[in-house]
Design a protein around this ligand. Structure first.
Ligand code: GLU
Length: 428
């Protein structure tokens, strides 16, 4: 479990939940129901026949946190350091993320402790299909729990999993996994960039409020150059007029105060595996710690959690932090930054483009009726803007100097879950 700055990710999430319940004036029981344990934790044992002929056993989880609003929904993470506690935290955030964005979903998250980069394609397919999808088939489904990609998983893995699940069901079940490849039902070109697009839309809207003039010419540093970092931190923000000056990946990165040529950086990353090999006049190498502390307007942490902690919060110079990753800022760090007037657009809002797109894909799958790219992107943007406006209204009502944007977003999310639970009855 990553522990930096004294607070675990799960502790940070639960602290924010507790505060949101106080701020919203909801009964204390709501905390009991929405904190831990989740409604259900499934642990699976996944034996995979490796290319060397030996069996290796992997441990997989699916955490189903809360389903007051609808089927559980959330990604599957393949990462060597995942733990059950982290998976619980991620599933809990999904409950609030889905509620906040007005989706008819509860929250879930899956994980397998594996360094997928060390597996061959066949081993990865075995792990995904035979192991994870088959083992979980009794516990998921389009009306029950709908997984999707997260860190370390991608559309190809979703395709294997949907195929495996469909074989077990005896018919095609497109709506059981989202973020499928474009050629499979509802796999939509928007999906590739949806999370990043959401990051950029949130940054653009916040920049209008924060600086009046908007996002044009604002400098951006991005930690993480995977799907979210590239499309969100970089591609869409640049398209909207911002100037991307620094990007890093897991090995480190590059900084040019005059702006990077993103297409070239991307080409180097694709060719050599890291942005570190990008070399151009005026560009220097930086570490993953340095990228957070650069003199920029906007910082997009789009890698892993707890990277902004109380040990480095005081060194951060950006006025706007857009959480592309889940949980990059600890609660302690957020207090420090909020008191300095920094706006942190929280994960459950800023990176919700992925799951909102998942929702649109799922709706398409249930109807077997598919929209084109433009219609889908417009629908996605409409949902994101609606959430942005609700969060900003809630924030100004609660008092922007006493309350963080994350707390306002949590109040907005808890409000929806609480009211659904209340009207459904039985618990409260
Ligand atoms: N893994 C993404 C997230 O954390 C997407 C989840 C989904 O689409 O279900 O929001």
């Amino acid at each position: 479990m990553s522990l930096r700055g004294g607070t675990t990710f799960l502790e940070s999430v639960l602290q924010t939940l507790k505060r949101a319940i106080e701020l919203g004036g909801y009964p204390q029981e709501v905390y009991e129901i929405l904190s831990r344990p989740p409604q259900r934790i499934i642990t699976v044992n996944i034996p995979v026949r490796m290319d060397n002929g030996k069996i290796q056993v992997f441990t997989g989880y699916r955490v189903q946190h809360n389903n007051a609003l609808g089927p559980y929904k959330g990604g599957i993470r393949f990462h060597p350091e995942v733990t059950l506690e982290e998976d619980i935290a991620l599933a809990t955030v999904m409950t609030f993320k889905n509620a906040l964005n007005g989706l008819p979903y509860g929250g879930g998250k899956g994980a397998v402790a594996v360094d997928y980069k060390k597996l061959s394609k066949r081993e990865l397919e075995e792990l995904s299909r035979g192991g994870y999808a088959r083992a979980l088939a009794p516990f998921i489904g389009p009306e029950v729990d709908i997984p999707a990609p997260d860190v370390g998983t991608d559309p190809q893995i979703m395709a294997w999993m949907v195929d495996e699940y469909s074989k077990i069901a005896g018919h095609n079940v497109p709506g059981v996994f989202t973020a499928k490849p474009v050629v499979l039902w509802g796999g939509n070109p928007v999906r590739e960039y949806s999370t990043g697009f959401g990051v950029a839309v949130w940054a653009r809207e916040a920049a209008k409020k924060l600086w009046g003039g908007g996002i044009e010419g604002k400098t951006v540093a991005v930690q993480g150059f995977g799907n979210v970092g590239y499309w969100g931190g970089a591609y869409w923000l640049e398209k909207m007029g911002a100037k991307v000056v620094a990007v890093t990946d897991s090995k480190g990165g590059v900084y040019n105060p005059n702006g990077l040529n993103l297409a070239e950086v991307k080409a180097v990353k694709d060719k050599t595996g890291t942005v570190m090999n990008y070399d151009a006049p005026g560009t220097r190498k930086i570490t993953n710690d340095e990228v957070l502390e650069l003199p920029v307007d906007i910082l997009v942490p789009a890698a892993l959690e707890n990277v902004i902690h109380k040990g480095n919060a005081n060194n951060i110079k950006a006025k706007l932090i857009v959480e592309g990753a889940n949980g990059p800022t600890t609660a302690d760090a957020e207090k420090i930054l909020h008191s300095k007037g920094v706006w942190i657009l929280p994960d459950l809002a800023a990176n919700a483009g992925g799951v909102v797109m998942s929702y649109l894909e799922w709706v398409e799958d249930l109807q077997w009726y598919f929209w084109d790219e433009e219609e889908t992107r417009n629908r996605l943007e409409r949902i994101l803007l609606d959430t942005f406006n609700r969060v900003m209204n809630r924030w100004s009502k609660l008092g922007t100097s006493q309350v963080t944007i994350r707390e306002a977003a949590y109040v907005e999310a808890v409000d929806r879950i609480y009211n659904a639970m209340k009207v459904r009855g039985g618990w409260i």
